[in-house]
Design a binder for this molecule. Structure first.
Ligand code: ATP
Length: 907
């Protein structure tokens, strides 16, 4: 069979049994989905349950324990062998359940990250998940879309794609719909096809899906992509490193204890098992796993706060953010535009006032041709529309809010967009770009102007040409290409005085926080060159529309939290400097501070920009390339930057930022694909919420590390010191394993869900290079470890000296209970447990209670007594053990009290 690119569009549609105008029916699409499977690349999914279980079992520590159990069994000690086996199984189950939850969370996140696609099905345009596409589907494509599958193109309005992932070609490829005869054409030259893995940089088009999933061109080379190892985070790398050091230390320790034991003439089998158990105690095997679980579950929690994490390391980086660069429209404001002021050379109309006087009644603008021209131009040079709701009879604006506001205001003045378009058919367009800050549409003028609504006809009568082009955009960008202005139904030369007047009006509106759009027109006789430079010139400026867009209610408090957390919020907008200044002031980002224009960055050297970014809080009239310069300069100044973006051209800045933030509702697929996280509600407050979660997650990992290292080091000190006191081995191998793998594990996992502390957002960001042992963690591990060892060993020693047969149970119990006392105190690095509330982490409380009950079972249940060589403690001894262990809690609380008061300067 000929290849897809060799067939005509009709032949492709025929071959795929589909119809370009109505697409597949839903039932046919469902049938094909069953036949071809989901449109996904195989192998990029998540791990299966068996894989997770296998990974748990093949961990080095588990292997060593299995060897230990086997050795015990060979030496005839079946009880020990079974007990070690049971502990290994318990530990693996605990690890498995955690990993499993984390994997489920990742799978859910991945699913959410699949882009949606506009398809034609059953005669309607629908949005579906890209994974549900089947061959034969008709897809609608526009700038910013990722290609969801391989397609043969049916329509191309200047459609251009970026295909570097597939072909290495870095320049955009202009697409065509014509048939390409030759069979062996390189992928990059099959210009009537568009491929999965590429994206659309400009234009619009339609295509029919030819291949999905692994049958696509990308699918064929997918095995190459799948081999890319998942990126580990700096914290994970640091913990891996720490793990290696501790493993070496453990080896040395094991050898030392072995040697000491041999000298003292301990039994060889006991020594072997003790050495293995201490090795287990010394190596915090679970650390890297805990981090990945904490990050994943954190990402899941963030989803509940409307943040979709796309790259896991972002969760960690969020905690270090020092600057948030946010755009204005839709992020700080609601993106609910309402046109309130219309301004032409002749009059200023307060639309709100007008509405109040006239209610929702439509008003004819017969006597006001300038207003008619202004609002008609705004509605025609416009891609939004009003869709009528069949049930309610009302109409809903669809499209960009700036544009829907213009359609709405035209409707109010009796000019319906559908009527206007019928009378003045659109024949060409030059789409909006944020670099030019304007767009143009060209319309055919009817020979009979009577067909045009009256007010507008009066205005257009002077045109006497075949076409009229309307341009709308930022007033400054429009004035720059205007040569005349529309006054009293005539063109008047745009003198410098007039220009200054218009700029002043624009500034006055912008100063009150309005987005101001200018509208101009030009009469054309011929339609030749459709480039922007040929058409966007010599305009007649008609007037401007001022729109209000209220700030989002939650933003002001989020800005305050952000500042309290030592994070600088910065506004980077394409809008007018005065509008930007107004909004920044309203939400509390900046008072009367200067605004830097994007163009000012164009002539600066890197060093100059670095100087500017230090003191600038508001950037206006910025285009995407300026954003990249700002991010780079901020980073060179040592800042950790979060940057928002939504367009195709924002991708480089999003990629460069430490955290690229894309908008879920407004953002293009390309921006979302590049970003580290996506805001599902486009809200600035959500970025701040994500930063808070990021900080909490890091704090919790640190608490976990504090707890595990201090506790484990306590056990090691104790084992090391005992021989010097002349004591026999203070803990039996099974007891050590039990503590490390079961009783330590439960509370430690519960530390991962510790809620945010009061000061989480009141302290400065953590430097990303900060060592895990900074802020006194090393010293803490040392002194708490020693305290735990002294208390437990001291108790054991005293009982041993008084030849009490229960000395080992006393020591073992005191050690376990001190760990429980410690975990309660470690919940906050500086707040007292009584302040944060004992019930504020119920999972941890439950884990502590369960562990204490297990310990009591070990002491009092006869079967366990035999296995763990314990003896029932008297009530007096048990109370004493509890009292001694609680010293750890009080000691840590006193240290926190001291640090709190020292920080406050009251000591
Ligand atoms: P932000 O970066 O805060 O989201 P923005 O939406 O104002 O800002 P752009 O989309 O780059 O940024 O718009 C820049 C300017 O272009 C706007 O201030 C407005 O004057 C003009 N503009 C925006 N949308 C349109 C449009 N659909 N047609 C014509 N001009 C537009």
């Amino acid at each position: 069979m000929a290849k897809w690119h060799q067939l005509t569009s009709a032949a492709v549609l025929n071959e795929l049994r589909t119809d370009a105008a109505s697409g597949l029916t839903e039932s046919e699409a469902e049938f094909r989905l069953n036949q071809y499977g989901h449109n996904e690349l195989a192998g990029t999914g998540t791990k299966s349950s068996w894989q997770i279980l296998w990974e748990q079992l093949k961990a080095l520590m588990v292997m060593i324990l299995i060897v230990a159990a086997t050795v015990s069994a060979l030496l005839g000690d079946y009880k020990d062998a079974v007990a070690i086996g049971a502990i290994v199984v318990l530990n693996a189950l605990l690890g498995f359940s955690q990993e499993y939850r984390a994997e489920k969370a990742i799978a859910a996140l991945k699913k959410l990250a699949i882009p949606s696609v506009k398809v034609r099905r059953g005669g309607h345009v629908k949005e579906i998940s890209a994974s549900h596409l089947v061959p034969g589907d008709i897809v609608l494509l526009e700038a910013g879309n990722l290609l969801p599958a391989d397609c043969r193109l049916l329509q191309s309005a200047d459609l251009q794609t970026h295909e570097a992932t597939l072909t290495g070609e870095s320049e955009p490829i202009r697409k065509i719909t014509l048939t390409i005869e030759a069979a062996d054409v390189a992928l990059g030259d099959r210009r009537n096809m568009a491929f999965l893995g590429t994206f659309i940089t400009a234009g619009r088009g339609e295509g029919v899906v030819t291949e999905t999933g692994m049958r696509t061109e990308l699918g064929r080379i997918a095995s190459l992509i799948q081999t890319v190892a998942p990126e580990s985070t700096p914290l994970q790398r640091r913990l891996d490193h720490l793990g290696k050091i501790l493993a070496l230390a453990a080896l040395a320790l094991v050898l030392l204890i072995f040697a000491l034991g041999l000298i003292r003439g301990e039994e060889l089998k006991l020594l072997f098992l003790t050495a293995v158990s201490i090795g287990v105690a010394a190596v915090p095997e679970g650390l890297p796993a805990v981090v990945s679980i904490a990050l994943t579950l954190g990402a899941q929690r963030m989803l509940r706060r409307n943040v979709l994490i796309r790259k896991l390391p972002a969760v960690e980086t969020l905690g270090s953010i020092t600057v948030i660069c946010s755009d204005k429209t839709g992020t700080l404001t609601e993106n609910r535009m309402t046109a309130t002021i219309l301004k032409t050379a002749e009059r200023t109309l307060d639309v709100a006032d007008h509405l109040q006087k006239n209610g929702t009644e439509k008003v004819e603008v017969v006597g006001q041709p300038d207003v008619a021209l202004l609002v008609a131009g705004g509605a025609l040079c416009n891609d939004a529309f009003l869709s009528s709701e069949e049930d309610s009879g009302s109409s809903m604006p669809i499209g960009d809010p700036t544009e829907t506001a213009l359609v709405a205001v035209a409707t109010h003045f009796g000019l319906m967009k559908t009527d206007l378009e019928r009378a003045l058919e659109r024949v060409a367009e030059i789409p909006f770009t944020s670099e030019r800050k304007r767009m143009t549409t060209i319309h055919r003028l009817p020979s009979d102007l009577e067909r045009i609504p009256a007010g507008l006809a009066t205005a257009l009568r002077g045109c006497r040409s075949a076409y009229v082009a309307f341009t709308k955009g930022a007033v400054d960008s429009l004035l720059a290409i205007s040569t005349s202005v529309w006054v009293d139904g005539k063109l008047e030369f745009l003198s410098q005085t007039k220009l200054d007047q218009l700029a002043d009006s624009n500034n006055a509106l912008a100063k009150s926080g309005m987005r101001v759009l200018g509208i101009g027109f030009r009469c054309l006789d011929l339609l030749e060159d459709l480039s922007d430079s040929a058409n966007e010139r010599d305009l007649t400026f008609v007037g401007m529309v001022g729109m209000i867009d209220p700030p989002r209610p939650a933003v002001a408090s989020a800005v305050a939290r952000c500042k309290a957390a030592g994070i600088r919020p910065i506004v980077i907008t394409g809008d007018h400097p005065l509008t930007a200044q107004y909004v920044a002031r309203e939400v509390g980002i900046a008072g009367e501070c200067p605004v830097l224009l994007g163009t000012a960055l164009e002539h600066c050297s890197e060093a100059e920009i670095e100087g500017l970014v230090e003191s600038t809080t508001i950037y206006a009239r910025v285009s995407p390339e300026h954003k990249l310069k700002i991010v780079r300069a901020l980073q060179n100044r040592g800042q950790i930057v979060a940057m928002t973006g939504d367009g195709v051209n924002d991708a480089p800045a999003l990629r460069k930022a430490d955290i690229g933030v894309a908008m879920g509702a407004r953002g293009t697929d390309v921006a979302k694909e590049t970003a580290d996280m996506v805001l599902l509600d486009d809200n600035f407050a959500t970025i701040v919420a994500a930063v808070e979660e990021g900080r909490v997650i890091y704090d919790n990992v640190r608490k976990f590390v504090r707890y595990i290292l201090a506790t484990n080091s306590g056990e090691i000190w104790l084992m090391l010191a005992a021989p010097f006191l002349g004591m026999p081995l203070p803990l039996l191998p099974l007891q050590i394993l039990w503590m490390n793998l079961v009783t330590d594990g439960l509370p430690a996992v519960a530390l991962g869900v510790e809620p945010a502390e009061e000061d989480t957002m009141r302290r400065p960001p953590r430097p990303p290079s900060e060592s895990l042992f900074s802020r006194g963690l090393g010293a803490y591990v040392l002194w708490v470890g020693l305290l735990i060892a002294v208390l437990s060993l001291g108790t054991g020693y005293w009982y041993w000296r008084h030849s009490d047969s229960h000395w080992q149970t006393m020591l073992f119990t005191t050690l376990t209970l001190s760990q429980m006392a410690h975990v309660l105190a470690v919940r906050s690095e500086n707040q007292s447990l009584f302040h944060i509330g004992i019930l504020s982490n119920r999972a941890l409380l439950a884990a502590v209670i369960l562990t204490v009950l297990l310990q009591l079972a070990l002491i009092y249940a006869p079967a366990l007594q035999v296995l763990f060589r314990t003896a029932a403690l008297s009530f007096r001894d048990l109370v004493l053990s509890i009292a001694i262990s609680s010293v750890v809690f009080w000691a840590v609380e006193v240290e926190k009290w001291y640090c709190r008061h020292k920080a406050a300067g009251s000591i």
